[in-house]
Design a binder for this molecule. Structure first.
Ligand code: AAL
Length: 415
């Protein structure tokens, strides 16, 4: 009898032994037996099928634009979202045509730009196919006359279509660009994508109160429409600088009038990382591509209400300053479909504020309407040139420092 009871007990135990090994066929539901913290995260935070099953994960593949190639002393950067109106694609961007390349903020003059986005206007280009582009002969929106805010440079536009009219929001600098200078966002409007554009006298967004996170600059205005309201996302910067202060975070402001006033979210900043903004409707919420800076750099995030975001994926080589072609950015359908391509900028010599930029096209799969397996891949690997390029290869001064520290840091493995 005792033997029988023991055998029964063993048999009852058996299933739990077999359950204890995590199966090769990944369970769709979170297992109800104990799992490690990492496996729990696969279900609680990620997706049991990793990035393959994640609509907000993608790689990005780049193509130079025909018609907007690099030309000395001409810079094009920070494109808006791309619109498709009556069969023609439209984009607006920071355009600089100056006598010289940027010379740095200290040496800037009335005709020599300090940074890549100094002495700039808002330019417009159009395309029939999204690959070949034609730039207008003149800027779409010119700097306003002195002493109006923005007489030195207007740059980094964001486009909104609202009730059949077009609105461009942009950074407005006067007198200087670069460093800790006052930068509100101005707005110009037009009845058609080809203009003419009218400057509105009042700023659409101004920096936040002294002592707060965005007290000197509001950058990268990025409008979307969600739940009947206009939301403008932006990067803020405080006047104070130093390791204890906010470097780069993003906030949002709401209005039902494109000319404002916009009311800043009480929860700002709503994104703790990122550099240029890129926000788009996704399902019934709002998604953001967050790149370059901060602890959540190079992620895609999603929020049901536009104010409370969570990380949905981690991405590699994200587009810089992306302006996606996102047809439902302003339709407020409650069912945002995402996007498959857009424009971004590249610094041909690797970056920095004093270098010229070109616009480029990126393709991806951040769309609910396609399934492009090659864009869902992991394990991207790069060639020798990538690792040994400027800014990635170890520079001489760091090698000297490392050699000095090596004397005390590299101690015997076995002592
Ligand atoms: C960009 C944007 C803003 C910054 C500068 C010009 O890529 O983040 O516009 O001010 O760089």
């Amino acid at each position: 009898m005792r033997r029988l009871i023991l055998l029964l007990a063993l048999l009852l135990e058996l299933p739990s032994f077999s359950r204890a090994e995590f199966p090769a066929l990944v369970p769709q539901e979170k297992p109800d037996y104990p799992v490690s913290a990492a496996v729990a995260r696969l279900y609680d935070q990620w997706n049991p099928h990793e990035d393959r099953g994640n609509e907000l994960y993608s790689n990005f593949k780049y193509t130079p634009l025909k018609g907007l190639e690099l030309t000395p002393n001409i810079s094009r950067r920070d494109p808006t979202k791309v619109l498709l109106i009556d069969g023609v694609y439209h984009v607006w961007y920071t355009g600089r045509r100056s006598q010289s390349a940027p010379v740095g903020v200290q040496d800037a003059t009335d005709v020599k730009p300090g940074t890549d986005w100094d002495l700039a206007d808002i330019w417009h280009a159009s395309s029939k196919d999204g690959w070949n582009w034609v730039e207008d002969k003149e800027p779409a929106v010119r700097r306003p006359p002195k002493p109006e805010q923005g007489f030195r440079s207007i740059c980094t536009p964001g486009i909104l279509v609202w009730k059949g009219k077009y609105y461009l929001y942009f950074q407005a600098y006067s007198p200087m660009v670069g460093g800790q200078v006052w930068c509100p966002v101005r707005v110009a409007s037009a009845d058609t994508p080809d203009g003419p554009w009218r400057h509105h006298p009042d700023p659409a967004l101004v920096p936040s109160p002294p002592g707060s996170w965005g007290s000197i600059k509001i950058n990268d205005p990025c409008p979307v429409v969600h739940h009947g309201r206009i939301l403008i996302y932006y990067k803020g910067a405080p006047i104070e600088r130093g390791p204890e202060y906010v470097l780069r975070m993003q906030g949002v402001a709401f209005s039902d009038n494109p000319l404002g006033p916009f009311e800043a979210s009480k929860l700002n900043p709503v994104i703790n990382s990122g550099h240029e903004t890129c926000v788009f409707p996704f399902k019934d919420g709002v998604a953001a591509l967050v790149a370059l800076d901060g602890p959540e750099k190079n992620t895609i995030q999603w929020s049901p209400d536009g104010e409370n975001f969570r990380v949905m994926s981690m991405i590699q080589i994200p587009p810089i300053a992306p302006g996606p072609y996102c047809p439902d950015a302003f339709s407020d359908s409650g069912d945002g479909r995402g996007f498959t391509w857009g424009l971004c900028h590249i610094n041909p010599d690797g970056g920095g504020a004093a270098n010229e930029s070109i616009l480029a096209r990126f393709d991806c799969d951040l769309s609910l309407d396609v399934n492009r397996e090659s864009f869902k891949r992991n394990n991207l690997r790069f060639d020798e040139q990538t690792y040994l390029q400027k800014d990635v290869a170890l520079p001489r001064f760091l090698k000297d420092l490392i050699l000095k520290e090596q004397k005390t840091l590299d101690i015997e493995t076995i002592r």
